[in-house]
Ligand binder design. Sequence first.
Ligand SMILES: Nc1ncnc2c1ncn2[C@@H]1O[C@H](COP(=O)(O)OP(=O)(O)OP(=O)(O)O)[C@@H](O)[C@H]1O
Length: 269
Amino acid sequence: MGASISLDFITHKFSATAEPTLKDIENRIEPGELVALIGRSGCGKSTLLHMMAGLLIPTEGCVRINSHQVAKPSAKWNMMFQKASLYPWMSVKENAALGLIFDGVSKGEAGQRVDALLDMVGLNDKKNANVQSLSGGQQQRVALARSLATEPEVLLLDEPFSALDAFTRTQLQEEVPNICRERGLTMVIVTHDIDEAIAMADRVLIMSQNPGRIVGELVVDLPWPRRHMDAGFQAMRDELMKQFKGTDTGLAGRHTSVADESEKTASAA
Ligand SMILES: Nc1ncnc2c1ncn2[C@@H]1O[C@H](COP(=O)(O)OP(=O)(O)OP(=O)(O)O)[C@@H](O)[C@H]1O
């Protein structure tokens, strides 16, 4: 079951003399909600996500998960990064079981628990393969199985598909929200890609830069699965672009690159 996340008046400076990277961030994410965080490069998206993961403590304010202040990482709020960070000398199954082993689960039981997850993420014929023999997309699937194995309440994704080919990316953009919705997990994804945000989220938060603030949001009330070529999807993309124009995110001036990225993804779907 998913947890709620409260961002309680977060301001952050990386040093006492620096300008704040994040300023007065306030929002509440409901249990089971799927949220995308978008904004210009360097606006503080990853910094905010790291705070939700307990990897960084804000200088002011706090993150609360199910009302408890987040002070350190936990298997209950798991983070997936752009690179899968797998151990090359271990098999797929051993890598997927790693979080459970760290949690003190026996090797035999951990193996059994990840078996079904590896089936679910489409790696049933790769369980004993060496992870070095897998493609980038397959490696991210191992990382996903590893993240899900500890039965987290929150899944935090930091541009997890940006290094993948468009076809694999589109597949995972459909599969990951499905998994979260089936399990009721709360998901927060950081992305540069407007199409990715619309494909995966119930709600998109838009961040500005210098300092990083949440300056807009869009509820994505489209049916699942999301189809990039559907009129509703395209209308949502237009609406999100319009919101960028209305903010000081700096993305308005970079519309071409943002739009190009969206079109690339859309044409691959
Ligand atoms: N450990 C750190 N020490 C000092 N400054 C940092 C540190 N980590 C991040 N920053 C700065 O904070 C700002 C926000 O960085 P962050 O990585 O959160 O942005 P982002 O929106 O995720 O960017 P991108 O989309 O390019 O990944 C940047 O100016 C970055 O240089």
